[in-house]
Design a binder for this molecule. Structure first.
Ligand code: ADP
Length: 957
């Protein structure tokens, strides 16, 4: 599994028609003409392409199309052939140090990347649009293209151009696409977010059979950069939730499914790649999977449904196609039983801001608030666990045991976290090495990761909780000789690319040391030779330079050229080239040296390359154990990080069981609490009890009333988040919590706009409420915040009323319902499991003070006007609103509106009379303050002023 032979620019320059002199070897000194290239924007030294005749047909001479125009050159033929095989990808066609794009690809890429579009030769009489990106910066450009939804086929030279030359002067270097870069199949660190998984998801569907009423979907989820692979099934209703949970970078589906009218709108919002039917062929699925993992049958991995196998095989086939047959190290597909994770639909995820805020940011989300991991892999695992809280209390407690252990073992926790900090991203480095895309730094990552793993395994000791013990076993498994070998082989400072050489430690390989010494020695000899020639010729400015066409040569300015071409010096200096300002010569001595240097340098590089391959194969051979160790490191990181969070934020271990209870004492909102503490304020803890009342088998509904800004939403959400945290295996922000497993979580906020999908606010609210009332079962936890606000008062009130009744009688689930309709509190008289709660406020000197305390009972008023005043509504508006409110409250609500309007004429608000009379004391105070110039006051004067202001303020009107 070796990267294609690195192309050799010098020879290729001849092939591509680049000006020969400028072709570059990045290690050689740059001389002569600038490197010709089209990506002018990206290249400071760009210049127009000089000749293109051997890429395209002979350039058209004048306006008349010659017969030659229609001729297709061999290289064009090759290009078109490769392009035809990859019609839906931009083709990065390797030419020397660049990936070139042609025709429509060039136009698309130049638009997306903002690089200059040029022309290069002609095809069928038309100019060929072209642009390109330098190979050493290709990742950066790939990143931008992929982010904008493009796919890229990377086409490399697969033979040494020297070989092509042997077939004849004009033969074309062999090329082949070595990889298809798509959003779901990335492996490079620069293309990936270290803290997030990048999942490829395959979705396949089985039409409903006679016994089923609904279609079923098979889902496979794979991160090729880390090897995680799992499969499962769901129904149509669960599909959206699955996609929301995984947030795949790319979804592959069959053409037919893509064209399905029912699903068209759903797919449109997602990064979907439709593929031909054969990828989703159920009949060959099992065989394709077994082949990939080199097993006789997939039964070794567990039992799978046919849908699951089909989806998994689709992923595998897509990976093989995009990686052109290379096989990244994947873990065998693990089956996720449906119902193993708490079902959370996309609206609820968004609304609770689990992994990102409503604005799409990580900062401010629950994930950001609880993430104390110290490794990228740990951060990814934490995000995955948060996205899929468990429903099996035993599994949850196994995780909690590990967290508890690290909560009590403070010293060990700190030490483990310190060691983990030194562990690099093993899984991703491993994938790159196996795919032949790795560099010396990936080898170093394996070395450091394995060293950290074995050190941790030794440190952890015995009698650990099961999860930690399992991690410990995996950490101890890799044969230590690999890390030792890597440590012995790798130098301290490592280049990015293996082609740069210099990454093997001196002393590791005698033959390499010898070649290097010769190479370095020869370089010194060249420097000495230059000095000697300068001395002998008396030309002080004489230089020995190098380029890829002439090799080493002596260069002098034009004025000195004559001297070297005349006897006696012409016996030594052989004229090679005359340029505008310089003349170049070779000497026999120089040529001899050149051969020695080239040989030694090449030999050194060759030895390093072979050593790299050997080490990479050793890594590949241990891929399974390394992957397992990487996972173990991540799970230790998560357990220690959650323990760190718990002790730092004062969280407690929740009790999760199979009951329907939900008792949170002293609960806090994990995100708001941290934000408030940051600003120096206290967070008011609150209790919540949704457990079924004695003798009943259905949970309670809390109806929470209280003014805006009192803390209703915060209270609702904190309880949902506590359930999520508990079931993902984390401690929770409370003084105690007992939670009967929640199987589905729903959270809705009234009146959230979804303009992107062209639905009105109220429509969205109702669609989402409908989903809850239709789906929530007895184990669900439902959070409804201000439902019914998006329409006329009585409509809204009636809908909210009916929704509560439905939740109580039909869904029979635990629920929290916040509302500003006080009328609803009357329902408690009829619905025995409905409990009224309110968030306390105090009125003080006409102002409202929020206590954020949730108590039994109903709010007496809305305090809307007080809140509006706090928000800074103009005083006349506030005063006027009070008058209107008093009139409304005096009015019988059922009475015809026109009577009210008579009493409150519409334009009355404009009357200046509504403005409050100015307060003379305030006025005097304001004038005194305005007159102050703090910078001009001494401390003593400032104190005097304060006393005077106090007197002014105390003055009676
Ligand atoms: P409501 O939903 O009643 O309009 P919110 O839940 O949005 O109110 O809360 C308004 C603000 O009050 C929050 O942004 C937060 O800063 C503060 N707040 C809410 N609950 C608490 C609490 N328990 N302790 C301290 N501050 C709180």
């Amino acid at each position: 599994m070796q990267a294609p032979a690195p192309p050799r620019p010098p020879e290729d320059a001849a092939e591509t028609g680049r000006p020969a002199d400028g072709a570059s070897d990045s290690r050689a000194p740059r001389v002569g003409a600038p490197k010709a290239h089209a990506a002018a924007a990206a290249l400071p030294d760009a210049a127009p392409v000089a000749g293109a005749s051997d890429f395209a047909a002979a350039p058209a001479a004048g306006p008349a199309r010659s017969a030659a125009d229609a001729r297709v050159t061999p290289m064009m033929e090759q290009y078109l052939q490769i392009k035809t095989a990859h019609p839906d990808a931009l083709l990065f066609y390797r030419m020397g140090d660049f990936y070139e794009l042609f025709f429509a690809d060039a136009e698309a890429a130049s638009r997306t990347l903002g690089i200059v579009l040029t022309k290069r030769g002609k095809h069928l009489g038309e100019d060929i649009p072209m642009c390109g990106v330098p190979v050493e910066r290709a990742e950066e450009y790939l990143h931008r293209l992929i982010a904008r939804g493009h796919r890229v086929a990377v086409c490399e030279q697969t033979e040494d151009p020297a070989e092509a030359k042997k077939r004849g002067g004009k033969s074309v270097v062999q090329r082949a696409v070595v990889r298809l870069v798509t959003p779901g199949t990335l492996t490079e660190d620069t293309l990936l977010d270290a803290r997030r998984n990048n999942f490829l998801m395959a979705v396949t569907r089985a039409r409903p059979s006679t016994s089923e009423s609904e279609a079923r979907f098979g889902i496979a989820v794979l991160d090729i950069s880390t090897g995680e692979f799992r499969v499962g099934e769901c129904d149509r209703a669960g599909l959206g939730g699955e996609v929301a949970r995984v947030e795949p970078g790319e979804i592959i589906i069959a053409d037919a499914l893509y064209g399905e009218p029912d699903l068209a709108a759903f797919w449109r919002t997602l990064p979907v790649t439709p593929l031909t039917r054969d990828v989703f062929d159920g009949a060959t699925a099992e065989r394709r999977l077994a082949q990939y993992f080199a097993v006789a049958t997939t039964e070794a991995f567990g039992t799978f449904t046919r849908l699951e196998l089909t989806a998994a095989a689709a992923c595998i086939t897509y990976v093989e196609r995009t990686q052109l047959g290379q096989r990244p190290p994947l873990s065998p597909p693990a089956r996720e039983a449906s119902g193993a994770a708490m079902a959370i639909d996309s609206a609820t995820r968004a609304n609770l801001e689990l992994t990102r805020t409503l604005a799409g940011e990580r900062t401010g989300s629950l994930l950001a608030a609880i993430d104390r991991t110290v490794t990228a892999a740990g951060s990814r695992l934490l995000a995955r666990r948060l996205a899929a809280p468990l429903t099996d209390p035993d599994a949850i407690h196994a995780r909690l045991d590990a967290v508890s252990f690290f909560v009590s073992e403070t010293m060990l926790r700190h030490e483990v976290r310190e060691r983990l900090k030194a562990a690099p991203d093993l899984a991703r480095a491993l994938t790159r090495l196996v795919l032949g895309r790795g560099g010396p730094r990936d080898l170093a990552a394996i070395r450091d990761g394995l060293e950290a793993a074995s050190a941790l395994a030794r440190r952890l000791g015995s009698a650990m909780p099961a999860e930690i013990a399992a991690a410990q076993t995996a950490l101890a498994a890799p044969d230590p000789s690999l890390a030792q070998e890597l440590a012995a082989a790798l130098a301290d400072d490592l280049p990015l690319s293996r082609r740069d050489g210099g990454f093997i430690r001196t002393g590791y390989d005698g033959a390499l040391d010898e070649a290097r010494a010769l190479r370095d020695e020869s370089r010194r000899v060249i420097a000495a030779l230059q000095a000697r020639y300068a001395e002998e010729t008396g030309i002080r400015a004489l230089k020995i330079r190098h380029n890829n066409v002439l090799g080493y040569f002596v260069e002098v300015s034009a004025q000195h050229g004559e001297k070297l071409m005349a006897p006696p010096l012409n016996a030594t200096f052989i004229h090679r080239q005359t340029l505008a300002g310089q003349v170049r010569f070779s000497t026999t001595e120089l040529s001899g040296l050149e051969a020695k240097i080239a040989n030694a340098a090449e030999r050194a590089l060759g030895i390093e390359g072979a050593t790299f391959d050997r080490l990479a194969s050793a890594v590949t051979a241990m891929a399974g154990a390394i992957r397992a160790a990487a996972e173990a490191l991540a799970s230790l990181d998560v357990a220690a990080a959650l323990a760190q969070l718990a002790s730092e934020q004062n969280y407690v271990r929740p009790d999760v069981d199979r009951s329907l209870d939900f008792v949170v004492s002293g609960g806090r909102h994990p995100v708001v609490e941290q934000a408030i503490r940051h600003d120096g304020g206290p967070f008011v803890a609150n209790d919540c009890d949704l457990s079924p009342p004695q003798g009943t088998d259905a949970g309670r509904i809390w109806l929470i009333t209280g003014p805006n800004m009192a803390g209703k939403s915060t209270f609702l959400r904190q309880n949902a988040l506590i359930a999520v945290l508990a079931q993902m295996g984390s401690f929770v922000p409370a003084s105690a919590a007992r939670i009967g497993v929640v199987d589905r979580l729903f959270s809705r906020v009234g009146a959230a706009d979804d303009l992107a999908r062209g639905r009105s606010t109220f429509m969205v609210e109702m669609v989402e409420t409908a989903a809850i009332l239709n789906q929530a079962g007895p184990r669900a936890l439902v959070i409804l915040d201000e439902i019914g606000r998006g329409t006329a008062t009585f409509d809204g009130l009636s809908i909210a009323w009916a929704a509560i009744e439905h939740l109580h009688e039909t869904n029979r689930c635990r629920a929290l319902f916040a509302t500003h309709f006080h009328e609803l509190t009357a329902l408690a008289a009829q619905l025995p499991r409905l409990h009224n709660a309110t968030v306390r406020v105090k009125e003080w000197h006409g102002e409202v003070v929020f206590l954020h305390e949730v108590v039994a009972g109903a709010a007496d008023r809305s305090y809307g006007i007080q809140v509006a005043k706090l928000a800074g509504l103009p005083a006349p508006v506030i005063e006027r609103a009070k008058v209107v409110l008093a009139a409304l409250e005096a009015e019988d609500r059922g009475a015809p509106g026109h009577k009210l309007i008579d009493d409150l004429p519409l334009f009355a608000a404009a009357r200046p009379a509504a403005a409050p009379p100015p307060d003379p004391a305030a006025q005097a105070l304001k004038e005194a303050v305005d007159a102050l110039d703090p910078d001009a006051l001494s401390p003593r004067e400032a104190l005097d002023v304060l006393y005077r202001l106090k007197v002014t303020a105390a003055r009676k009107p």
